[in-house]
Design a protein around this ligand. Structure first.
Ligand code: SF4
Ligand code: SF4
Length: 352
């Protein structure tokens, strides 16, 4: 029997912000998740349908046979000092706040792996294990799931990453309690603020319409009817979190590696002319160590074309600087990018 207090102390000393421990049991949200998959709301993320992924979501013994406990950790990520006016500049390509610093997998995974052996063959996961992490975070007392589908801590907001250790260890005390009810009440701010109407109803996100999915996971052409709603986002989207009233309790991250290196604009909202002008090697060097590199240079250029089209549509006085870059991409060999660049150029025309 292990001391939960001692483990929590170790985890907080490793820099995590919060931790909860629950007994290993299936998520009460698995059926809802399967209905979401059946409705095709996961878009091109076919890996979510894989048999091994589905089994893991049902059954923790798919990870280790004698599993008894799940340790869920949280790490606050937002640097609240980055200026909103800079982020909203239509001539900049905005990046979701979780990706401003170093890739969180690289920060969290080695720290959790330090604990694996202490926990009798525990296994650490950060986004990688097909785990219903928000649901388990809720069961382990780290918050409630809001209508925007995020895990929200009532006194810290929702700008935090989750990680898990799945372990055969047994603890003297557990944090679990009956599934907390949502504290959203009659609020619908996130549902109303979503620019692409990605919530068909509260607590359900249709990824196919979500800017985060479209800019990061979606490999083919961005649907025409959504492009003009995507504003200046080029990697992810924070809107349904930013508008949540519980964010007034959020505090800046204390993890230096999650703070964008100066100048913060270069990693939080680079100029679109820079994004469109970079070579693939320059893109990799600029975003080295960040999760942004995962989408590759080509997908970033595709996304930047959409943001540039929106700046031209808004008739921003300095948006004409984008036109030479878009013209070059419109005549390039990459047919997907060329189509997005032509769409962007067409937005400059008042007769569009
Ligand atoms: S991340 Fe953005 S696009 Fe996606 S649901 Fe939230 S507000 Fe809508
Ligand atoms: S914005 Fe309102 S409805 Fe949406 S998650 Fe926050 S409290 Fe809930």
């Amino acid at each position: 029997m292990m001391s939960s207090a001692a483990l929590k102390q170790r985890i907080l000393a490793l820099g995590f912000t919060r931790v909860g421990i629950m007994r290993a049991k299936p998520s009460p949200m698995v059926d809802m998740y399967l209905r979401w998959l059946d409705a095709g709301m996961h878009g091109e993320m076919a890996y979510l349908e894989r048999v091994d992924h589905l089994r893991r979501r049902h059954d923790f013994s798919a990870f280790i046979p004698d599993v008894r406990s799940i340790v869920v950790v949280a790490l606050d990520y937002r640097d609240l000092d980055v200026a909103d006016t800079m982020l909203a500049d239509p001539l900049r390509g905005r990046i979701a706040s979780y990706a401003w610093g170093q890739d969180y997998h690289e920060i969290m995974t080695p720290r959790l792996m330090q604990l694996e052996s202490e926990l009798h063959n525990g296994r650490a996961y950060v986004d990688t294990g097909a785990i219903m992490e928000r649901s388990h975070g809720q069961t382990a007392g780290l918050g409630f799931i809001g209508k925007n589908t995020m895990l929200i801590h009532p006194r810290r907001g929702s700008y935090f990453f989750l990680g898990e250790i799945i372990t055969p260890a047994e603890f003297d005390t557990y944090d679990e309690h009956p599934t907390p009810k949502s504290m959203c009440g009659s609020c619908t701010r996130c549902l109303q603020a979503c620019p692409t109407d990605a919530f068909p109803r509260p607590f359900v996100l249709d990824a196919r319409r979500c800017i985060s999915y479209l800019t990061i996971e979606h490999k083919s052409a961005i649907p025409l009817e959504l492009r003009h709603r995507m504003g200046n986002w080029v990697f992810g989207c924070d809107i349904c979190q930013d508008v949540c009233p519980f964010q007034r309790f959020a505090t800046s991250t204390t993890e230096p590696l999650l703070i964008p290196p100066p100048p913060s604009a270069a990693r939080a909202a680079p100029l679109l002319t820079d994004l469109l002008g970079m070579t693939s090697a320059e893109f990799n060097a600029h975003f080295k160590g960040s999760s942004v590199v995962r989408i590759t240079h080509a997908r970033m250029v595709r996304n930047a074309c959409v943001a540039a089209g929106n700046a031209l549509a808004a008739q921003h006085p300095a948006a004409s600087a984008l036109i030479p870059h878009l013209t070059r991409w419109a005549h390039g060999d990459d047919t997907l990018i060329a189509e997005h660049a032509r769409w962007a150029l067409a937005q400059a025309s008042p007769s569009r």
